[in-house]
Design a protein around this ligand. Structure first.
Ligand code: APR
Length: 247
């Protein structure tokens, strides 16, 4: 049951904030049909992402990584933005939310109409691929056609480099430019609004701490307890969709 007083507090803080940073995890996309990573029964637990060093180590692991990726993509093909995505998009459009820092790779913040310049994708984007050598963007349909025709994922047709989903895998460094933008936004925030994240993966989970120490109010909206609840000014333990409706 959502506490009305909590909703009124959050609504008041949003109304008076001038530099809100929205921080989203997989929980904002579950209402779009995209499974999160750590809720019991998540299909990700059966299709664990392949770590970067394993991906680079062998063609067999690259084939397995692409097989898992396409299996998961089929799970949520056609997913549409949730009430949470639209709520963030409205705050960005109003000017109150300066930036969305997301750990998600599903592209749903873009699909909700948020200009890409207002989105920082800490863990990359899984809706396209890139050559790891020359950086050229490769469409997933191109990769999938070649992979399903031959059973071997294609190398870059421009430089022969290894082609990988444009996500950041475990063991792969986060894009430095994205992390810098996220840090700058967090340091300037007056309200840091976390939705749908267990806050267990770093360096992403260090950003709410950075913002709070720099003077931002920290609010966490999440179905379950998170690692940073004790640090937050307000924790609303509920579904994002219900909180957005109540706001
Ligand atoms: N409303 C509120 N909270 C929700 C909802 C919802 N509709 N659905 C799920 N949640 C909560 C879950 O209870 C969970 O605590 O969202 C949280 C999602 O946590 P994770 O599955 O750990 O996802 P996330 O925090 O984004 O994971 C971070 O880990 O696997 C890596 O790179 C991957 O970006 C991912 C990172």
């Amino acid at each position: 049951m959502i506490d009305r007083a909590d909703i009124d507090r959050l609504a008041g803080w949003i109304a008076s904030a001038r530099r809100i940073v929205g921080f989203s995890g997989a929980g904002i996309s579950t209402e779009s049909g995209v499974p999160d990573f750590r809720s019991p029964g998540s299909p990700w637990l059966r299709n664990r992402p392949v770590p970067f060093d394993a991906f680079m180590a062998s063609p067999a692991m690259r084939a397995e990584a692409w097989r898992r990726k396409f299996a998961m993509d089929d799970l949520y093909a056609g997913a549409r933005p949730s009430a949470g995505h639209h709520f963030f998009a409205r705050l960005v459009a109003s000017g109150a939310m300066t930036c969305i820092v997301t750990q998600n790779i599903d592209g749903l913040h873009q699909a909700s109409g948020v200009p890409p310049g207002r989105i920082v994708e800490l863990h990359g984007n899984g809706t396209y691929a890139r050559c790891l050598s020359c950086g050229a963007r490769k469409e997933l349909a191109w990769v999938r056609a070649a992979f399903e025709a031959s059973g071997v994922p294609p190398d870059c047709d421009e430089c022969g480099g290894i082609v990988k989903s444009a996500t950041v895998s475990f063991g792969q460094p986060l894009p430095a430019e994205a992390l810098e933008r996220a840090k700058d936004a967090s340091l300037a925030a007056d309200l840091f609004l976390v939705v749908g994240s267990s806050l267990v993966v770093y360096p992403a989970a260090a950003l709410p701490v950075l913002a709070r120490r720099a003077g931002a109010r920290l609010v966490i909206v999440n179905r379950e307890a998170t690692e940073l609840d004790a640090l937050a000014d307000l924790v609303i333990r509920a579904d994002i969709g219900d909180v957005v409706s109540a706001l």
